[in-house]
Design a protein around this ligand. Structure first.
Ligand code: ADP
Ligand code: MG
Length: 200
């Protein structure tokens, strides 16, 4: 996979920042209406740190971005997205191929489950990241199939009852709304696909 880390960070940050209002609206239905604000603050900080991040080898760069997310996103999602980026940083070689990405994503999902004491079908970001990691590991993934699976998986959180996170306080009333973290994960995955595929 030939890609520029700068393009990747720019695109993921831009898409997340663009979606801030939508993510906050989703969080206002089943949480505390801050997911978009949290994510925008975190990715603005990552962009501000680009001079430091881009001076490092890929692994260290992703770890630094992850630490920035932990510190700046806050909430439940900050440590979780931080764990995602830090695990990818630990697992990916300097010039990763698709198989490396699949393995690193699977490791990140394991780390996220442990960090959030959560599992699949709890109505969280894991319901997008988990299926996508498994699909990548299956070895037949295309950019289109990954995008489609991420979108379908985010939608599939709508009928779920939240078992983890703030939305779980609502019990049955969490049913009928898309999980904000599942949607932000979908947005990031779509951005990564677009960059790796060479779409702008
Ligand atoms: P907070 O819930 O603290 O306000 P955010 O609103 O930024 O934090 O993020 C909420 C999102 O975090 C949820 O939509 C869900 O996807 C994710 N989340 C919350 N708790 C967990 C958990 N234990 N495991 C995985 N994801 C979680
Ligand atoms: Mg929230």
């Amino acid at each position: 996979m030939a890609f520029s880390l700068e393009t990747l960070l720019d695109k993921v940050a831009a898409r997340v920042i663009l979606a801030a209002d939508e993510l906050t609206a989703l969080d206002s239905a089943i949480g505390d209406a801050d997911h978009g604000l949290n994510m925008r603050r975190g990715f603005e900080a990552v962009l501000a740190e680009k001079p430091v991040i881009l001076g490092k080898p890929l692994g260290d760069a992703l770890k630094t971005a992850g630490m920035t997310l932990v510190m700046k996103v806050g909430g439940a999602s900050g440590p979780l997205y931080g764990t995602l980026f830090m695990t990818l940083g630990r697992e990916l070689p300097e010039e990763p191929g698709l198989a490396d990405l699949a393995r690193a994503m699977e490791a990140a999902v394991v780390a996220l489950k442990a960090r959030g004491k959560a599992d699949l079908n709890n109505k969280t970001m894991l319901d997008v990241l988990g299926p996508v990691a498994a699909h990548l590991a299956g070895g037949t993934a295309s950019f289109d199939s990954v995008r489609a699976l991420a979108a379908q998986s985010a939608k599939a959180t709508i009928p779920m009852k939240a078992i983890r996170g703030r939305a779980s306080f609502l019990g049955e009333r969490s049913i009928g709304h898309m999980d904000p973290g599942a949607r932000s994960s979908q947005i990031m995955i779509e951005a990564v696909c677009d960059v790796l595929e060479g779409r702008s």
